[in-house]
Design a binder for this molecule. Structure first.
Ligand code: UDP
Ligand code: MG
Length: 337
């Protein structure tokens, strides 16, 4: 069985045609298949449309989350629910083209355990993002302590082994392309042209993109911390220079004053930047320690049956209905039960 996991947040314009395209592509693989749609607290008619699709197509599984948890929370819930021996991850807006799914599956059949979709080109109508994406990949490439395929998002396929490994990774700040590279296994790459979304507006806010970019950098690099160490050393040198020059001052007072002001701003700026960098890491440490779930499922709709998370929980005390990242999810839900 092959599962496709697709996060859905207010995609009413696209769902019907998207499902048609995905199911056509999955049929072509010749395997058993299911499509796990994770409704990430949509406020439009997405959920109703998914239920209507399910009424006609038993391949559809709907995971209803308790609220909007964001892209990564939705994906984690989907990964936990998917039962396939291979799991495809893709967005529900045609930016990850359904027609190349058979290619991903073929690469898996030929022995790859992780198949990564790499963007040959990218169409982006939002100008600012068109500038920021390449910048982000350049910075990540330079900083990461671990080689992460650049120009790749979540799109790809993972063997069951790889999916279980990702679910066993406990971290809360999740940069999936990095995690997928980190787990290893036999990798294959499939190249594609990334189109703009087929309809509707982008659902990720600018702030959530920045947070995701910071997750990527802090999750896979200590270099920013080392950079703050260097900045501290540079400011210490400046301070020493300043004190020396004040002791042997021969320059007019105005220039010295300006010099002092400049140095204070520079040192102050460096210190604040270093504190900011530290804050990014410490904030994430706090998230890890609190160990909150990545997302909560309120219901899973499978064909005719509908499973409420709470009843699942009471029937099976260890059921991981609290979607967390792996081993500790069971602990969390046991505690909750
Ligand atoms: N999405 C989600 N929860 C959110 C935001 C987005 O599940 O809070 C879904 C969305 O429906 C889409 C995918 O995640 O299927 C990617 O979102 P989007 O296309 O807006 O991101 P972009 O492609 O612009 O990075
Ligand atoms: Mg998109």
């Amino acid at each position: 069985m092959i599962s496709a996991v697709i996060p859905i947040y207010n995609e009413e314009e696209l769902i019907i045609q998207f499902h048609e395209a995905v199911s056509d592509a999955l049929k072509r693989t010749g395997d058993e298949w299911e499509v796990v749609y994770v409704n990430d607290g949509s406020s439009d008619s997405s959920l109703e449309l998914l239920k209507a699709l399910q009424a006609h197509d038993p391949h559809v599984v709907i995971v209803e989350l308790s609220r909007n948890w964001g892209h990564m929370g939705a994906i984690s819930a989907g990964l936990r629910t998917a039962s396939g021996r291979a799991v495809i991850l893709m967005d529900g807006d045609f930016q990850d083209p359904p027609e190349i799914l058979p290619e991903l599956v073929n690469a898996w059949r030929s022995g790859a355990e992780v198949v990564v979709g790499v963007r040959k080109s990218r169409e982006e109508r939002r100008k600012l993002l068109a500038i920021l994406f390449p910048m982000f990949y350049r910075v990540l490439g330079a900083l990461s302590d671990f080689p992460i395929p650049l120009n790749a998002g979540i799109f790809g396929l993972m063997d069951r082994k790889a999916v279980d490994s990702i679910l066993a990774m406990r971290e809360r700040s999740r940069y999936l392309p990095g995690m997928r590279a980190w787990i290893g296994y036999r990798n294959a790459f499939v190249y594609y042209d990334r189109q703009d979304r087929a309809g509707g507006d982008g659902k990720l806010s600018f702030l959530s993109r920045i947070r995701y970019a910071m997750d990527a950098i802090t999750g896979f690099s200590y270099k920013p911390l080392r950079l703050s160490l260097i900045m501290c050393a540079v400011s210490a040198c400046f301070a020493a220079l300043l004190i020396t020059s004040m002791l042997v001052a021969t320059t007019p007072l105005a220039i010295t004053g300006l010099g002092i002001a400049g140095a204070v701003f520079l040192v102050g700026g460096f210190v604040l930047l270093a504190v900011g960098i530290l804050g990014e890491y410490i904030g994430r440490v706090y998230d890890e320690v609190r160990d909150r779930p990545l997302s909560l499922i309120s219901r899973v709709h499978r064909g005719e049956t509908q499973v409420a998370a709470s009843s699942l929980g009471s029937a099976l005390p260890n059921a991981a209905f609290i979607v967390s990242s792996g081993v500790n999810s069971v602990e969390t839900s046991t505690r909750a039960a």
